[in-house]
Design a protein around this ligand. Sequence first.
Ligand code: FES
Length: 585
Amino acid sequence: MDFFNVTILPDSVQIKVPADFTLKQVFNENGINFEFPCGGLGVCKRCKVTIIRSDGQVQEALACQYRVKEDVTVKLPHKEAKHAILSEGIERHVAVDTLVKKVYFELPHPTLSDNRDDWKRVIEQQGIKTSLKVLQDLPEKLRESDFKVTAVIEADRVISIESRDTTHKLLGMAFDIGTTTIAGYLVDLKSGKDLCRVSTLNPQTRFGADVISRISYASESAEGLDKLHGAVINEINNLIQEAAKQANHSPLDVYAITFAGNTTMHHLLLKIPPKYLARAPYVPVVTAPVVVDAAEINIRINPEGKVFAFPNIAGFVGGDTVAAALAAELDKADKLKLLIDIGTNGEIVLGSKGKYLACSTAAGPAFEGVQISCGMRGASGAIDHVSIGEEYEYTVIGNTSPRGIAGSGLVDAVAELFKAGIVDEKGRLLKAEEIKDPIGKQYKDKITSINGITAFVIAEGSSGPVYINQKDIREFQLAKGAIAAGIEVLLKEYGAETKDIDEVFLAGAFGNYLRPESACDVGLIPKELKDRIKGIGNAAGAGAKLALISQKEYERAVALSREIKYIELSAHPDFNSIFLNKVGF
Ligand code: FES
């Protein structure tokens, strides 16, 4: 293959590129920020650059169309690329290059000497697709609007032609569809700016709290699938309406939706039967990215709007994990990174550039407050931190009277009870008279029996004591044991050791509140990683937003989903013994 030198001015960057590469490929692959408003279809004519050929000839060319066939110098016009700042947990700057774009044209009227057909007048470039409907509406639309029209473009297809300049009406929504909650972010696709965030409980909860019960409900009858699908679509439509209203827009101004969810949420949203996800060997119907017309699944946005579903990895590691891996930029890492996303399930990814392993553990519910006597989500009234030493302290989200205990409070409480000698190495909550540790002894009055089970009262709330009991500690041990064992199995399969892990990303609301010391004290995360833990918030939502703002980020997510290899823990020969080892403290 021939290679040529491309020198890019004004920065005099020199790049060796294979013959026939377009300048768009050269810029994209070398991280040169340059806007391609129509995505490189050759229709907007706004990617003009000046080419200085080796013989000194100077010409203007479209960077998306120009192919390198000799050594050239390319002069970029002086303009600032638009950037969006992502503040959802991780700060990232990305060039705005959205999945759906708009281009405004003021076209010359046809005359006897310029009698090109209507379509060619709008789109000169060959090979650009459109629908029959666009062509059917085109003649009147052009003439009604004095040949001033806006083309709405998705990939290599014009999905709609609108009268006049509508480029200011171009919104998108990114959704993180969790088993328990749904969060949506409304984004102005012209600027890449966040407009607002909306969230609600996933209404499918009334058909089952976890993915397994929902899969069985959907599999019992066609009606079951209809109901689960209808419930989530209805709530998404409500959220779109609410967000559009908050931002003084109409849902019709929304043209693109990205969504990231676990594989079950993905299937239910697209009304794909999830039945075989729950039966060994747990095969999804599709893991590749799916793009559908919003109208096809009754999502009420612009009638030509598109829905982009994040690709999945396996039956129990879905698009939300891919989105979190994208937000954490695992694909850029030279050193080994560990990503732990604790939601209703716990997904773990271990890897660095090009090689990743993932697994899923049914570990999340305890950390989300499910199956814990006084457990609750990290909302107002939840105890999120506990400290038991010479001083006894706890903090409550919203500074109100405590109502329950959040996942991070639970981790803290168990870690502190263990350190104070109130819980032993096997996880037994000692009776007051059994405590030997002088610190623990100071708090023996907090140990009591509630409903016949030994309990430690953390605080007196307005509607009764907030406590953790022996059963809660056992639940906690199973959950943390599963995550810790998942990490160890991945390390083993990767052929790496704990010390090789450079950074640990904790995704999910839980990860943001969790105290690294406590997570390590209870053995949820290996102790030697204590100083390498970073909470990254709702990384799945952040990833969904990145893909919405930038086509390149969407493509990165697709590439990541193909590279992450899934390990089925239940089939791993060492999982059970490692798990049993990790249950104690
Ligand atoms: S990006 Fe090149 S013509 Fe639109």
